[in-house]
Design a protein around this ligand. Structure first.
Ligand SMILES: Cc1cc2nc3c(=O)[nH]c(=O)nc-3n(C[C@H](O)[C@H](O)[C@H](O)COP(=O)(O)OP(=O)(O)OC[C@H]3O[C@@H](n4cnc5c(N)ncnc54)[C@H](O)[C@@H]3O)c2cc1C
Ligand code: SF4
Length: 331
C-alpha cells in the first residue's frame, strides 16, 4: 500500500496552491485513468487533489462564435450537448467512439487530454520503461509493439496517445486555457502534447502546478463535411489502432480547406499541415486523397508487429476524406 493524502479543492486558486506546494501531488477528476495507474503502482502520488467539485463543467457559446468546454464537463455531457452535436459533430462522434458509456459518464475533458499511454509495458512495473522510469530502457521497441507508434517516435519511446477526443480537437485547432502559479495562459492544441524525444516521461507542456480550466473550440466546426474513423480490434471498448479525423471546407467539388488528424499512430495526435495543403484548391478525388495519404505517411516507420499500421493509416485517410467530402456525416 502507498499512503497518500486526500484534499478536496474548493476553487481553482486553492487547487493550484496545494499542487504547487507538493511536487508529487496529482489532480484527480473522474479518476478513470489515475486510479487504474495507482492500482498498478505506476503512479504513486503523495497527495490527491480532488478537483471534481470545482465549477468547471459548463459548456457554453463564446463571444467569437465558438464554444467553451469546462475542463470538468464529462465526456458524455460534451458528446450529447445539442449545440456540440449540431455544430461540432466531429467532436461528438470522436468522443462516442471512445471507451464505454459508464466510463464516459465519469471521464472529464481535462482528464481525457491528460490521460497516459496504454502501452502495456508502461503498466507492467516488472518491465523496463523510459516513460515510467527515465533511462530504464524501452521494452516495446524490441518487444510486442503491435499497438505502437509509427510517426514521431524516438529511440527512447514508441508509445501512442490513446485519446479519441483529442484527435478531433487537433483537427479543430482547439485552445486550452490553463491556470498556474504564474497566472493564466492559453496553449494552442499543437503545442500541448509532446513527442517522446529524450524525455518520454513528459507527455505535455503543462507546467508544474498548472490546471486546465477549459477548452475553446474555434467558430469553424466543419459540420457539413467531416468524418471520424476509428479502426480497432473490437467494435467498442478498445483503443484505436488508427483513427482519422477529417474536416473539409468545400466549394462545390473543390476543397477549400482540409484538416486531417491521426490518432493511434504517434505520441500525440498527428497533424501535418504541409500534407493537408496538398488538398487545397483540389478536387475531391480518390487520387488526390491517396496523394495526401502518401505524403502524411512518408516518414512512417514500423517496428515489426505494427508495420501494418502504415498501410492501414493510408486507407483510413482515403476513406475518411471520401466520407467527409460526400457530406455523409452531416448531422
Ligand atoms: C477500459 C478503458 C477504456 C478506455 N477507452 C478509451 C478510448 O477508446 N478512447 C479514449 O479517448 N479514452 C478511453 N479511455 C480513457 C478515458 O477516456 C480516460 O481515462 C478519461 O478521459 C480520463 O478522464 P478522468 O477525468 O477520469 O481523468 P483522471 O483519471 O481523473 O485524471 C487523468 C490525469 O489527468 C490529470 N487531470 C485531470 N483533470 C485535469 C485538469 N483539469 N488539469 C490538469 N490535469 C488534470 C490527472 O492529474 C491525471 O494525471 C478508456 C479508459 C478505460 C479505463
Ligand atoms: S514505448 Fe514508451 S511507454 Fe512503452 S515501454 Fe517504451 S518507453 Fe515505455
Amino acid at each position: 500500500m502507498n499512503s497518500f493524502t486526500y484534499t478536496r479543492a474548493d476553487d481553482v486558486a486553492g487547487a493550484v496552491r496545494v499542487m504547487a506546494a507538493d511536487g508529487k501531488a496529482r489532480f484527480i477528476a473522474g479518476g478513470t485513468n489515475l486510479i487504474d495507474l495507482m492500482k498498478e503502482n505506476v503512479e504513486r502520488p503523495t497527495r490527491l487533489i480532488d478537483i471534481s467539485r470545482l465549477a468547471l463543467n459548463e459548456i457554453k457559446s463564446t463571444a467569437d462564435g465558438g464554444m467553451r468546454l469546462g475542463a470538468l464537463a464529462t465526456n458524455r455531457d460534451v458528446a450529447y450537448n445539442e449545440e456540440i452535436e449540431l455544430r461540432y459533430p466531429l467532436l461528438s462522434k470522436a468522443i462516442l467512439a471512445g471507451a464505454s458509456p459508464q466510463l464516459r459518464n465519469m471521464a472529464t475533458v481535462g482528464g481525457n487530454l491528460m490521460q497516459r499511454t496504454r502501452c502495456c509495458y508502461y503498466y507492467d512495473t516488472a518491465t523496463p520503461c523510459n516513460k515510467r522510469e527515465p533511462w530504464a530502457g524501452c521494452s516495446a521497441i524490441p518487444g510486442f509493439n503491435r499497438a505502437h507508434a509509427i510517426l514521431g517516435t524516438s529511440g527512447n519511446c514508441i508509445a501512442t496517445h490513446p485519446s479519441d477526443m483529442c484527435v478531433a480537437l487537433a483537427a479543430m485547432d482547439a485552445l486550452f486555457n490553463v491556470t498556474g502559479p504564474g497566472g493564466e495562459r492559453v496553449i494552442p492544441f499543437a503545442q500541448f502534447h509532446r513527442l517522446p524525444g529524450d524525455t518520454p516521461d513528459i507527455d505535455t507542456n503543462l507546467q508544474a502546478g498548472e490546471i486546465i480550466t477549459s477548452v475553446d473550440l474555434p467558430a469553424k466546426g466543419f459540420a457539413e463535411h467531416h468524418a471520424y474513423i476509428k479502426v480497432r480490434d473490437r467494435a467498442s471498448y478498445a483503443f484505436a489502432l488508427v483513427s482519422v479525423a477529417a474536416a473539409l471546407e468545400m466549394d462545390g467539388g473543390t476543397i477549400r480547406q482540409a484538416r486531417l488528424a491521426l490518432g493511434g499512430v504517434a505520441h500525440k495526435p498527428w497533424r501535418d499541415r504541409d500534407a493537408e495543403s496538398l488538398l487545397h484548391g483540389q478536387s475531391a478525388s480518390r487520387d488526390n486523397f491517396l496523394r495526401v495519404a502518401e505524403a502524411l505517411l512518408r516518414d512512417a516507420k514500423g517496428f515489426g508487429h505494427n508495420d501494418f499500421k502504415i498501410e492501414l493509416a493510408k486507407r483510413a485517410i482515403v476513406r475518411a476524406l471520401g466520407l467527409a467530402a460526400s457530406g455523409e456525416g452531416h448531422p
